[in-house]
Design a protein around this ligand. Structure first.
Ligand SMILES: NC(=O)c1ccc[n+]([C@@H]2O[C@H](COP(=O)([O-])OP(=O)(O)OC[C@H]3O[C@@H](n4cnc5c(N)ncnc54)[C@H](O)[C@@H]3O)[C@@H](O)[C@H]2O)c1
Length: 480
């Protein structure tokens, strides 16, 4: 029986290994992590991450051929294939700070693999890493190998949180990069055989190591670039009276452009886009490509600008101050169907409003209160760290309360900011909400998911990103 061990039981390691176990009943899959509470949660009824369909997959194979364990070394030693799916956040100190990927967790995993291995292994990069990381890892492994043969593969993960299970069941493609030697090709084939249990052969792309590593960064940079491009258009739409949804629809019909990732919003978030673009910027700079680096930096800058623009709209609409005003925040996760808050635009927006002394009442169906308080009180550099390295008890922010229902959040408030596109926000009783709010009552739709006409009929003053402005907003001070 082939044995797989995955180091890192996070958003990628957990769902990916659960699907491999489900689709390959004859392979034993063990997911290991040094953060014990995560392993305990994976073995309980309350999984550590929310992802539609994940519960079902885990229930079907946990205890049969899928195991979660904190006994990292034992399972790595026993495995034929070791996936490494640990965090690779942006470096916060030293060379490349603010841009380069921090490979501390990756390096310590690699050293541990070398230490405990007693048999040949295929080591698979699942984490998103800078180009040429495989070479560095190879060096660590071979210099400490005690004669054991390691083959390194790059198998970047393209799943999107919120649709992870669907993405894993029917991936657009699986990418496997390896050395162009006979041993490298043999290792590629072994991993291909795993995916071939459910992925059609034409969707499994095999490349050299560097193409696989770079393709992952490039894919995220291109996706983030589309969002930033349409967000840049949204500012122009507001200035000219064009409607960004109409513009997106019109350009998305061009088959060369296509309709996906053209929704204007308060900005992109998630653990990957920003960090992967910054990583790309750093690689460009290291290779003397300053102009190319600047090009990608712009994508991140437009994203920051979009959040600031949103905060400015809220403040300027509400008589240029939100000091002492209750603002309801609906949604905190970076997108619907996930409880992940890493790099969520809600952090920037809430901090902006708190900077103007607003009082926030926050509701998100999947993000617990402690997480929201932690995100709002922690310094940005701490947010990307693995859970076991983050401060245990951040100081709660007084002006923030987290509630378990949208009606409670909005009651008595002056305005509502919709920051995540959760479906349940579309079907709330907005007449009731309006009746219970201060007047004039505002809705700031950061995801363009609200029925604006209906809200205006009720009496709300509504701001939607990139849409023709409410007469009220037109008369308010200009937004930066
Ligand atoms: N989240 C996504 O949507 C996504 C998608 C594609 C790729 N990726 C990439 O996949 C990688 C993992 O991302 P994630 O979102 O799953 O991160 P995560 O923080 O959810 O999980 C990483 C886990 O690795 C564990 N870990 C760290 N060092 C370890 C060690 N030495 N031994 C054992 N466990 C260790 C941490 O405790 C943590 O639980 C990153 O490189 C990320 O860029 C993420």
């Amino acid at each position: 029986m082939v044995k797989i061990c995955c180091i890192g039981a996070g958003y990628v390691g957990g769902p990916t290994m659960a699907v491999i176990a489900l689709k390959c009943p004859k392979i034993e899959v063990v997911v290991v992590d040094i953060f014990e509470p995560r392993i305990i949660a994976w073995n309980s009824d309350q999984l550590p991450i929310y992802e539609p369909g994940l519960d079902d997959v885990v229930k079907q194979c946990r205890g049969k051929n899928l195991f979660f364990s904190k006994d990292v070394e034992k399972h790595v030693a026993e495995a034929d294939i070791v996936f490494v799916s640990v965090n690779t956040p942006t470096k916060t100190q030293g060379l490349g700070a603010g841009k380069a990927a921090d490979l501390t967790y990756w390096e310590s995993a690699a050293r541990m693999i070398a230490d405990v291995s007693k048999s040949d292994k295929i080591v698979v990069e699942k984490s998103t890493v800078p180009v040429k990381t495989a070479e560095a890892i190879e060096k660590i492994l071979t210099h400490n190998s005690k004669g054991i043969n390691f083959q390194i593969l790059s198998n970047p993960e393209f799943l999107a949180e919120g649709t992870a299970i669907q993405d894993l069941f029917k991936p657009d493609r699986v990418l496997i990069g390896g050395r162009e030697t006979p041993e490298g090709q043999k290792a590629i084939q072994a991993l291909k055989d795993v995916y071939a249990h459910w992925v059609p052969a034409e969707r499994i792309i095999c490349t050299n190591l560097w193409s696989a590593e770079l393709s992952k960064l490039a894919a995220n940079a291109f996706l983030a670039q589309r969002i930033s491009s349409v967000n840049a258009m949204s500012a122009l739409c507001e200035a000219t009276g064009a409607d960004v949804s109409q513009v997106s629809h019109a350009i998305g019909k061009d088959t060369r452009i296509g309709p996906k990732f053209l929704n204007a919003s308060v900005g992109f978030g998630g653990s990957c886009f920003q960090k992967d673009i910054l990583n790309l910027v750093y690689i460009c700079e290291c290779n003397g490509l300053a102009e190319v680096a600047n090009y990608w930096k712009q994508v991140v800058q437009v994203n920051e600008y979009q959040k600031t623009r949103f905060v400015n709209r809220v403040v300027s609409s509400m008589f240029n101050t939100v000091s002492g005003k209750k603002i309801a925040i609906l949604g905190f996760a970076f997108k619907k169907d996930t409880g992940d808050t890493r790099e969520t635009p809600a952090i920037g927006v809430c901090q902006g409003l708190l900077g103007d002394k607003a009082i926030l009442s926050i509701y998100d169906p999947q993000v617990p209160q402690e997480q929201i308080q932690r995100d709002l009180s922690m310094h940005k550099s701490e947010l990307d760290k693995p859970p076991h390295l983050r401060p245990v008890s951040p100081i709660a922010i007084e002006q923030v309360t987290c509630v378990r229902d949208a009606y409670e959040a909005t009651k008595g408030s002056h305005g509502i900011c919709v920051l995540t596109e959760w479906d349940e926000f579309k079907t709330l009783d907005y007449q009731k909400i309006y009746n219970d709010m201060q007047k004039p009552a505002f809705v700031f739709d950061g995801r363009n998911v609200m029925d604006v006409d209906k809200l205006r009929q009720i009496g709300f003053i509504v701001y939607s990103i990139g849409k023709p402005l409410d007469a009220w907003l037109k008369d308010m001070p200009a937004v930066a």
